[in-house]
Design a protein around this ligand. Structure first.
Ligand SMILES: [Zn+2]
Ligand SMILES: [Zn+2]
Length: 298
């Protein structure tokens, strides 16, 4: 049997190529522009915001760089990036603060519309991933406000982040809207975040009546509309109290306050968030801190 160096070299080359193909990142279509992109390139230059790997894999570098992240906060109550008359006019709020992931610019409006009204549920995970940096910054702000729960408070691991929250809930939609749309966008975002950090997801609120789309309304119409719009899901709220008691007994939490995060897609005047917070505070009967996290701030 003769040794044939060419054939041997060919075999070696083909083995090498297939290994290289396996190891190189797969090109995927960007969820926003549809173009093929490479995951490694999309992460370049974006180290400042802590983006999830899933977000980097699903959106190209160009699209990622055009996302209007809301990182510079001017109004510390509602998380707005510009001066805010609403909070000056209404300094009394039932929630501690709102933070949002992005500015609601035309591109974000059309992205949310694709997801909400055209039923593009694939975008649900994308929007949830976009909430992550805002949620982690918000928890860091909260950590500075209160006594830290454990010695490892400086490390922002998922477990440490979860220690600050007793439950994640969401703004409920009416049964009519649920039937029409087939899903609640706020619930999907809340569910994704709750699973990621292993924080209990609870439907603490129910919507008392159906209202027309808020986007076409003036500020005073919204305020009138949302008055007594939400009620408490008492069974879930009692579960929340029990979870807190169990944790307290196990000394997992030295924190006496019940702390709840409400998720919604948009914060406009804050009337929806206020109505939800009011309902929760009125029912609670014990120290309750409510924070709101919204995908966009309009
Ligand atoms: Zn793109
Ligand atoms: Zn404000």
């Amino acid at each position: 049997m003769s040794f044939r160096p060419t054939k041997w070299l060919q075999r070696l080359q083909s083995a090498f190529t297939s290994t290289a193909q396996l190891l190189s990142p797969q090109a995927a279509a960007c969820l926003l522009c549809g173009k093929l992109h490479n995951e490694a390139r999309s992460a370049e230059g974006l180290n400042r915001t802590k983006l999830t790997l899933r977000l980097q894999q699903s959106v190209c570098g160009v699209c990622l760089s055009t996302i209007p992240w809301l990182t510079r906060i001017v109004c510390h109550r509602c998380g707005r990036g510009i001066h805010c008359d609403d909070c000056l006019r209404n300094p009394q709020r039932s929630f501690i603060l709102n933070r949002s992931a992005v500015h609601y610019n035309p591109a974000m409006r059309s992205l949310l519309a694709q997801y909400k009204y055209r039923g593009n549920e694939e975008l649900a995970t994308l929007l949830a991933d976009m909430l992550v940096p805002a949620f982690e910054r918000m928890t860091a702000e909260l950590a500075l406000r209160i006594t830290p729960p454990g010695p490892a408070q400086h490390k922002q691991s998922h477990k440490n982040i979860a220690l600050y929250w007793d439950a994640i809930t969401f703004v409920p939609i009416s049964p009519e809207r649920a039937l029409d749309r087939g899903f609640n966008q706020a619930e999907q975002l809340a569910n994704d975040l709750a699973q990621r950090y292993r924080i209990p997801l609870m439907q603490l609120l129910v919507r008392e009546r159906h209202t027309e789309k808020q986007s076409f309304k003036t500020r005073s119409e919204r305020m009138r509309d949302t008055r007594h719009l939400f009620n408490i899901n008492e069974v879930e709220f009692d579960k929340l109290r029990n979870i807190k008691l169990t944790h307290r007994n196990k000394e997992e939490s030295t924190d006496r306050v019940l702390r709840v995060l409400i998720i919604d897609d948009i914060y406009t005047t804050g009337s929806t968030g206020e109505a939800c917070s009011q309902a929760l505070s009125l029912y609670s009967g014990q120290p309750l801190e409510i924070y709101i996290l919204t995908w966009a701030r309009s």
